[in-house]
Design a protein around this ligand. Structure first.
Ligand code: 0X9
Ligand code: ZN
Length: 435
């Protein structure tokens, strides 16, 4: 409702500035509730509540039996409770009882740690992987990697963010012992900046691939491109302003709200169902395809690497523990469904063997929901990278986006096991066909 009121006011020329400035947003008393809808009616009721109660869905109402998590504001708590019960929904649970408490816990755990150790370590070994790092420390981590492995790791700037921060890719191109060409895997993280685990787990993973003899074969056999942070402006916002910010930080002329959903902005079935044209929406697809500096530059960079030169693409998100592949924009199955399903199952098995966690896998639209203009559909359809995956990391909702730092390494270990399967698959596939 609020959205429509805002649009009406904009048309009247009442707003000319960004009204969604998010300086030091406080989530005191905000909670995350969970309902497991048992019928289509319950799903519809939940969807209808979004505007009326300004709900922020952390996992969308898409299918019966699939948990729906939503953040509620304290001022609506009683009304929401009444509304649910009036509609015969009694089995709702308070999943997170105070979001700000969790945010504060994360903050104080970092404070305690920075007080005793150096925030940025001087080597890859002493870098603290069991903590989240702000953007400047991730930049420093990249420097550490290049300083130590400059003989085969290089850092390339492929653009700047909306606010002018440099966008970097790290290339791990180690010559093979045989001198034969190698296949390539491209990995990205943090298109949704509140999903901190995506970057944190990958810093650990790439360090393991460099250091741990069990995993160095992944770098020997495959060339890697790694973009640790895409939505850097948004990430800075999550550290300094609104911890739950998801979108970019761009503002169009006369726009009501800041930001575009980077995972709806790719130039593939842009503005189709599963994305919103409303600038204030969490899934706003933006004013045009690849309107966002971060997405445009990444798209261009991937195109520069070239069609046929990337064996697999992995884009990293959280949460709910999923391995998703094409399509996102339609419920049709991709022609390679069998192969993609089989590879996902192998990744699932390897992940489960590490800490017993289950990652559900399948075609994106069917497994979770239809969404258009996302990374993995673009890499699949426009670049022809069949093995394009969206990984949703931990957890299943207990902490959601506020995953405690002591889960970074365990999550990294299981994600690494999944990536090792993919690495082996791409290696064998390449040897067989040289794609
Ligand atoms: O909705 C998204 O962008 C992703 N989930 S998240 O909670 N990290 O926001 C899932 C994208 C999966 N892709 C498609 N269904 N197309
Ligand atoms: Zn995401």
């Amino acid at each position: 409702m609020m959205k429509y009121l805002n649009i009406f006011l904009l048309l009247l020329g009442v707003y000319s500035v960004d009204i969604s400035s998010t300086e030091h947003v406080n989530y005191k008393g905000h909670q995350v509730w969970r309902v497991i809808p048992k019928s289509k009616e319950v799903l519809a009721i939940l969807r209808d509540m979004e505007d009326a109660f300004e709900l922020d869905f952390w996992s969308d109402p898409v299918a019966t039996g699939r948990p729906v998590d939503f953040r509620i504001e304290p001022k609506f708590a009683l009304e929401i409770q009444d509304h649910l019960e009036m509609n015969g929904i009694f089995d709702y649970t308070v999943y997170i009882s105070d979001i700000q408490d969790l945010i504060n816990e994360q903050k104080s755990s970092r404070k305690a740690w920075t007080a005793t150790e150096k925030a940025v370590a001087s080597s890859l070994d002493t870098f603290v992987y069991s903590q989240y790092h702000p953007a400047e420390e991730v930049y420093e981590w990249m420097e550490l990697v290049v300083a130590e492995y400059g003989s085969f790791v290089s850092k390339e700037q492929f653009g700047v963010t909306y606010q002018g921060r440099p966008l970097y890719v790290l290339k791990f191109h180690k010559p093979s012992s045989s001198g034969n060409p190698k296949p390539t895997i491209f990995v990205d993280a943090l298109i949704h900046c509140r999903e901190w685990i995506s970057t944190a787990s990958l810093l650990f993973i790439f360090k393991e691939m460099l250091r741990n003899p069990k995993y160095t074969h992944m770098i020997d056999e495959v060339d890697w491109y790694f973009v640790p942070m895409i939505n850097i402006d948004g990430y800075v916002e999550t550290w300094l302003g609104d911890r739950l910010w998801r979108k970019t930080r761009s503002t169009g002329p006369g726009s009501l709200c800041t930001g575009v959903d980077g995972n709806r902005n790719w130039d593939n079935h842009w503005s189709y169902p599963g994305a919103s044209g409303i600038p204030c929406s969490y899934t706003y697809y933006g004013p045009m395809p690849a309107s966002e500096s971060e997405i445009r530059h990444l798209q261009n960079y991937i195109m520069g690497v070239g069609k046929g030169n990337i064996g697999a693409y992995v884009t990293t998100h959280s949460y709910t523990q999923l391995i998703l592949y094409a399509y996102g924009w339609t419920e049709e199955l991709p022609p390679e469904n069998e192969e993609l399903n089989a590879t996902s199952k192998l990744m699932h098995d390897a992940i489960k063997a590490v800490h017993g966690k289950y990652y559900t896998y399948g075609p994106s639209a069917i497994t979770i929901y239809v969404s258009s203009g996302d990374t993995a559909d673009w890499t699949y359809e426009e670049m022809g990278i069949v093995h394009s995956y969206t990984f949703e990391l931990r957890d299943e909702g207990r902490y959601g986006f506020l995953l405690p730092p002591d889960q970074i390494i365990p999550n990294g270990e299981e994600y690494l096991a999944g990536l090792e399967v993919l690495s082996n698959f791409v290696r064998d596939d390449y040897e067989g066909s040289g794609f």
